[in-house]
Design a protein around this ligand. Structure first.
Ligand code: NAD
Length: 374
């Protein structure tokens, strides 16, 4: 019998509650068949929280999120909340969680299941079997660096328009070391290889990035294979031969771009999980929030059309990275792969050949069935 894992579930808005209901089934399966124990609590976030509390995340919910081993979030937002003041928009609930939990490491796996390889914008032979992880630094860099702003450039008569826009790429060695450590830890749970990307050829912050990542490697993780690549070459390699990578670690700006590009290698939005991790807590587990990449999909909400796989794979990431249940995570991912290989498809995964899509709940049931057969 394992220890009990505490999990705060925040289904949110739109399709969030629908896809989360399928994760609940998966959790129950692991409890019934693998002797795991989950101490699950559920609460409101986003528009649902606004409706009840007048703000997108209640203080008590925030406090609970700080205490649990992991938070699992569905999606937030929807047309009913579009005209709200910026300070209480559903997305602010999400941002508050990320900020107060100090989730500095954003993990975006790009995994291409064989059965869906034809959905990719790249050729099947380039993406089939792809399984890489992009780790993006999330709380520093050019999106936060000072000075920033737009101001007049009056003393420069050659500047037509007379204004200048400034942002500052700034990283401390401490910020680089902590994201590097996350990368090496994650690599040890996967293929044991890290590729660090920056622009050390033209940016001092890139030189520091490269030196600090190398320092952490040499002093703390010499067992992990480390390579460095300029981020522009990295972008090229991602579309040329993405399977060469295992874990890619990069800064906030490059990570923003590279992770979106990598996501599209795999096809549908309904398939993409993510995780955001922070510092280790007293129990040795990192602060963590897991969520599908997709939003609340108001166009299909309440119709049983949503694909629950992104949310289920987000839970698989929680099994692997928060609970150290690597085998269970592998089994869950294999169950998803099996169901897809059997041709089971929600509406978003229907190819030109057509067929009858399954509902959200039927997809969940099929995944449970496949888990049972393992
Ligand atoms: P979206 O991701 O909600 O939907 C984009 C398209 O993909 C829609 O056609 C939708 O039907 C489809 N889609 C998304 N997830 C799907 C799934 N699991 N299964 C099947 N189809 C799926 O993005 P959007 O339409 O730009 O935004 C809708 C709302 O969600 C907005 O309020 C936006 O602010 C919010 N949003 C929230 C998050 C989040 O909670 N992390 C992320 C993005 C957008």
């Amino acid at each position: 019998m394992s220890d009990s894992y505490s999990l705060l579930i925040l289904p949110g808005d739109g399709i969030g509650p629908e896809v989360m209901a399928e994760v609940r089934k998966v959790i129950a399966w692991f409890e019934d068949h693998r002797g795991m124990r989950f101490d699950v609590s559920e609460d409101l976030v986003g528009g649902a929280a606004y409706d009840k509390h007048g703000k997108p995340l209640a203080d008590e919910t925030m406090a609970k999120a700080q205490e649990v081993d992991a938070v699992l979030l569905g999606a937030v937002g929807g047309p009913a909340y579009d005209d709200l003041d910026f300070s209480v928009k559903p997305e602010r609930g999400l941002l508050r969680l990320r900020k107060e939990m100090d989730l500095f490491a954003n993990l975006r796996p790009a995994q291409c299941f064989d059965a869906l390889a034809d959905f990719s914008s790249l050729k099947r032979e380039i993406v089939a079997g792809l399984d890489i992880l992009i780790l993006r630094e999330l709380t520093s860099g050019v999106y936060f660096g000072e000075p920033r702003g737009i101001h007049s450039d009056d003393n420069n008569p050659d500047n037509e328009g007379g204004r200048v826009g400034v942002n500052t790429q700034r990283y401390t060695s401490g910020e680089i070391r902590r994201i590097a450590r996350s990368a090496f830890e994650l690599a040890r749970k996967r293929g044991n290889r890290v590729c660090s990307m920056e622009k050390a050829n033209v940016m001092e912050s890139g030189i520091l990035w490269r030196e600090e990542v190398q320092w952490v490697h040499d002093n703390e993780y010499p067992d992990v294979e480390l390579t460095h690549m300029y981020a522009d070459n990295g972008a090229m390699q991602l579309v040329r031969n993405p399977r060469q990578f295992d874990v890619i670690v990069t800064d906030n700006l490059f990570g923003d771009i590279l992770s979106d590009a990598a996501a599209m290698l795999t096809g549908s939005l309904g398939m993409l999980p993510s995780a955001s991790l922070g510092a280790k807590m007293e129990n040795g587990r990192p602060k963590a929030m897991y969520e599908p990449v997709h939003g609340s999909a108001p166009d299909i909400a309440g119709q049983g059309k949503a694909n629950p796989i992104a949310c289920i794979l987000s839970f698989a990431m929680a099994l692997r990275y928060s609970f150290d249940e690597g085998q269970a995570a592998d089994d869950l991912e294999a169950a998803v792969e099996k169901v897809l290989a059997d041709g089971v498809r929600t509406a978003d995964l229907m190819g030109p050949e057509g067929g009858t899509p399954v509902t959200t709940a039927q997809m969940g049931d099929k995944i449970i069935e496949a888990l049972g057969a393992r």
